[in-house]
Every structure is written in C-alpha cells, then in structure tokens.
Write a protein that binds this ligand. Sequence first.
Ligand SMILES: [Zn+2]
Length: 138
Amino acid sequence: MEKNYLTKDKIIGKQVADTQAMIVGTVKDLSFDIVEKQIALTITTKDGEDINVESEAVNAIGDIILLSNTISELTKPTPAPQPPMSTPVPKPSSLPSPETPTETTSQDKPKPAKGLCASCGFQNEPTNKFCIKCGSKI
Ligand SMILES: [Zn+2]
C-alpha cells in the first residue's frame, strides 16, 4: 500500500468533517504520540475548543479531511471546565488607624504660684497665708 505523506502545511488549516458531513472545525496543528507512534490532529472546533483526533480516525484527506466517525465518538469527554476564579477577596472593613491620640500630659500644667493673691494679684512670699497688700486670704 502506497504511503501518502502529507506535509504539515497541507493539513493545517483544512476543514474537518465527520461521517455526517458536518464540518466540525479546522485543523490547528498536528500532535505526535512518539511512544504510540500515532499522529493526532488538533482540531479547533466551531466552539473554539481544541480537540485531538487520532490519525486512525481520518478516513480521507482531500479538500477537507473526512473522519471515519462522528466527532462526538472520537473525542473523549473533555475535563470539567475550571470554575472561574471569582472568589471575592474580602476587603478589610476598617483597619484600626495606627494613629493614637496624643495624650495631653497634664503634669506640666502650671501650678498657681504660691503666695499669689487672688484678689489683688500681689505676689506674696510663698509662706504667707494672707496678702500683705490687701489682707485677703491666700
Ligand atoms: Zn492681695
């Protein structure tokens, strides 16, 4: 049986149809399984999904690539789509402000000078109990 070698360029971009003549997508790339010695066609479907179809499933390559089975039977069930990363990051409601209210130290409050007369304002001796000017009690 004559081997039919095709270059990548002749395959990539071709439309792919299944047995029901439904265009399933276009060939995006070729994939190789070195161990199994298999070639798979990476097909971008109309939904924009990339699927791999083994070359054994290719029935004919002409203007379009005909598969030997329906696409749903050729493709394995795709893994479940990853849930969108929409976990809302909780915003810290209110950070405690680093500012601490500056306490006014009442220790350096000026004490009334001893001996100062409340009535006339005369500065008496600190030991005086009565103003020597007006006689008021200090
Ligand atoms: Zn006085």
